[in-house]
Structures are given as structure tokens and as C-alpha cells.
Design a protein around this ligand. Structure first.
Ligand SMILES: *Cc1c(COP(=O)(O)O)cnc(C)c1O
Length: 411
């Protein structure tokens, strides 16, 4: 009989979101009149910018005309999109990133997982705790870990706790690790990294021959002008970092699908024979072999993000969500709840009051004010005692949820 990849059997059952759904459904059944507001979602809610829609409509029309029809595009993405990204997102911020180092894809989630294809199986790996689960699960699938324990930690991974005690920025490990996943602005904590903090990671990576996987999916939500948007704003990062970006959160492309990964040509890692190999060539080979590019129509939609109208419209979208975040922060604080994040990220990370566990707070919020969030413990053991509230929602829902919490929620 054919065999399976046994590593998949090590994955702990998708617990967090099914368990949330189970508790919400049970409550809704018992309380059919309750108007439940969901502030747990990590998905955008507002429609696509007009500039992106018209660009895609125009692209659809081009596809209907023999003269302008497009078949397979370049696996790496169209040059006109890669050039705009390089100029706007990197060169304008002083980052030395060339268009040829940008690989367009249909999502950062897949890129974060697929990147492991070009790395050896013997690398030591560090993730933060709490963490975006994709980093962990893709390493489990690739056989880079042992079994999971009761706390949800996999043997063989290095977990770097991020809590209020370290301002939600992990301490640089004392031991050597080969691959490090960093996400700033952070999902789920909403924390950001200063240039100094990123510089410490780049120095560490350079000293240890490590590679940083830098997930900047939320960079557009940064409002503090002193904070770096890209790891390439840090000197030396071209020699130790790969950056993941996405149009999902800044332009509402979660259902449209377009993202990109930056692999500098100067980045190398070691082969078994001890030679240094350029990672760009491997990723280029990987993408050319296993990927056939993002739809022409969608790439035209993404290109429109960089037009004058597109810039104004995406900024308005982000401002809208950040105003939600401000309201959430303010109202929860007024209700006597300690909050973090939400000023440079669309997530507010709540310290559960009165020593309640993440799930106890979840139940209390659901039962007393019919508001749903995400228990921090679901993102990792160090997320226990925290709770994520997302700013991705309508203003009406945010206002109503906050009204109920400030008026009715008793600590
Ligand atoms: C939403 C998100 C992404 C983007 O994923 P896509 O596949 O591009 O939609 C990447 N990283 C994190 C941490 C996210 O929350």
C-alpha cells in the first residue's frame, strides 16, 4: 500500500477556530435572540479599492481581445509590477532591492510554507510564542520537528516567548539557530519592531550564518514614522533576510490573491559539500518548476495599488481599520482593561483581566455581551492570559461591541 507523509500525523488537530465555532454555535442555539458580534476574524471586511477593480475590469477586456490576450506570464511575475514594487516599497525607503529580486505569488501564506523547499532539513528553527501558526505547521509537515507536547510545543523547535515583560519583542537567543521567523507588525500581538531591534537580529543572523524570514504582511498599518517597514532598511539585511509581503491586508486582496517575496541575490546558504549557494537561484528554480505565475488580471489589480488613486484608496482603507483599532483601544481602556498593539497594526492584544485564562475571558465576553474574539492561548503557550481583538470589521459592529463592553461588562 502507498504510504503517507507521517509528519502530517504529528500536527495537532486544528483546535483554535473549530473550538471557537463550537462554543459560539452552542451559545447561539441556547440564546437565539442574542446578536453576536465577531471581532475574532483575521480577514478584511471592506470592498476592493476602485482603482484595483477598474484595472482588473480593463484587464479582463484585454483578455477578450486576440491582440491583447495573455497566456502564461513569467513565473516570477510581470516586470511592470515588480518594478513598481521595487521603486515604491523599497527604493523609496532607501532599501537596496532590485525588481529582479521580487517574486510575485498568489499569497504570503504559501510563500512562507514553500520557502522551506529550498532549505535543508537539518536547520535549527526559531519561532516566537505566540506565533502565526503557518510557520510552525509547515515545519512540522516538512519533518523538521518531533512530537507535540501538552502545551502545544513541538520538540526540536526553539520558542521565543513574546509577552508584556519583553514588550512583545523576543529576546535574541543565546544559542545558534539557522532559521528565524519574525513578523512585524505582529499577528497576533500587534507589536512592532524598532530599527534597533531589527538591527540586533540582523547582527545575530550575520554572526551565526542564520537566515531571517521576515513577514511584513502588516507593514502598511505602521503609523509611527520612526518604525521600519522593511527589514532591508537595516544594513546587512540583504545578506541574511528574505521578506514576505502581501496585498491581502493593505488592499483587501485576501480573496483576490496577490503577494510577493523578496530574495536578495546576495543571500547564500551552505550546501552539503560546504560550498555557498545563492538562494535566489534556488527560489527562481523552485518557482519556475512548481508555480506558473499569478493571473494577469490580478497582477494588473495589484499594480493599480501603486497608482495615485490606488495609493489614496488603500490609505483610506487602512485609516478606516486603524480608526476601528483606536476605538477598540480607547473603549477597552476606559472599561479598565489593559490593551497592547492596535496603534501600528490592526490587532489589539488584550491582557485578560482578573487573572482569567484566555478561554475563560472568551466565554465571559460571549455570554455577557455576545462578543467573540480570539483566545491568545490558541497562538501558543505564551499567549495564555491574552486575547486578540481584530479591527477588521464594520464601524457599526465595532461601536456596538464596545458600547456593550463599556456598559455591561463587569470585571
Ligand atoms: C494575513 C497574513 C499574511 C498574508 O497571507 P496571504 O496568503 O498573502 O493572504 C501573511 N502573514 C501573516 C502573519 C498574516 O496574518
Amino acid at each position: 500500500m502507498a504510504t503517507v507523509n507521517d509528519n502530517y500525523l504529528k500536527l495537532k488537530a486544528g483546535y483554535l477556530f473549530p473550538e471557537i465555532a463550537r462554543r459560539v454555535n452552542a451559545f447561539a442555539e441556547a440564546n437565539p435572540e442574542a446578536q453576536i458580534i465577531r471581532l475574532g476574524i483575521g480577514d478584511v471586511t471592506e470592498p476592493l479599492p476602485e482603482a484595483c477593480r477598474s484595472a482588473m475590469i480593463k484587464a479582463v477586456e484585454e483578455m477578450g481581445d486576440r491582440a491583447s490576450f495573455k497566456g502564461y506570464g513569467p513565473e516570477q511575475g510581470y516586470a511592470w509590477l515588480r518594478e513598481k514594487i521595487a521603486a515604491h516599497d523599497f527604493q523609496a525607503r532607501g532599501c537596496d532591492v532590485d525588481a529582479s529580486e521580487i517574486f510575485i505569488s498568489d499569497g504570503s501564506k504559501c510563500d512562507c510554507g514553500n520557502i522551506l523547499d529550498i532549505f535543508g532539513d537539518d536547520n535549527s528553527i526559531a519561532v516566537t510564542d505566540p506565533v502565526y501558526p503557518v510557520y510552525v505547521d509547515t515545519n512540522v509537515m516538512a519533518g523538521h520537528t518531533g512530537e507535540v507536547n501538552d502545551r502545544g510545543e513541538y520538540a526540536g523547535l526553539t520558542y521565543l516567548p513574546i509577552t508584556a515583560d519583553n514588550n512583545f519583542t523576543a529576546a535574541i537567543p543565546s544559542q545558534r539557530v539557522d532559521l528565524i521567523y519574525l513578523c512585524f507588525p505582529n499577528n497576533p500581538t500587534g507589536a512592532t519592531a524598532t530599527k534597533e531591534h531589527l538591527k540586533a537580529w540582523v547582527d545575530y543572523a550575520q554572526a551565526n550564518g542564520s537566515i531571517i524570514f521576515f513577514d511584513a504582511a502588516y507593514e502598511a498599518f505602521i503609523t509611527d514614522p520612526s518604525l521600519p517597514h522593511s527589514i532591508y532598511e537595516i544594513e546587512g539585511a540583504r545578506d541574511c533576510a528574505i521578506e514576505f509581503r502581501s496585498f491581502s491586508k493593505n488592499a483587501g486582496f485576501t480573496g483576490t490573491r496577490c503577494a510577493f517575496t523578496v530574495v536578495p541575490k546576495t543571500l547564500t546558504a551552505k550546501a552539503k559539500d560546504g560550498s555557498e549557494v545563492q538562494l535566489w537561484s534556488l527560489w527562481n528554480r523552485r518557482q519556475s518548476t512548481k508555480f506558473n505565475g499569478v493571473s494577469y488580471i490580478v497582477q494588473r489589480g495589484a499594480e493599480a495599488v501603486y497608482s495615485e488613486a490606488g495609493q489614496a484608496q488603500t490609505k483610506a482603507l487602512i485609516d478606516f481599520y486603524m480608526e476601528n483599532a483606536r476605538i477598540i483601544r480607547e473603549q477597552l481602556t476606559a472599561a479598565g482593561i489593559q490593551v497592547y498593539g492596535g496603534t501600528n497594526a490592526p490587532y489589539v492584544w488584550v491582557k485578560t483581566p482578573n487573572g482569567l485564562s484566555s478561554w475563560e475571558f472568551f466565554d465571559k465576553l460571549l455570554h455577557t455581551v455576545h462578543v467573540v474574539g480570539t483566545p491568545g492561548a490558541g497562538f501558543g503557550a505564551a499567549g495564555e492570559g491574552y486575547f486578540r481583538i481584530s479591527a477588521f470589521n464594520s464601524r457599526e459592529n465595532v461601536n456596538e461591541a464596545m458600547r456593550r463592553i463599556t456598559e455591561k461588562f463587569k470585571l
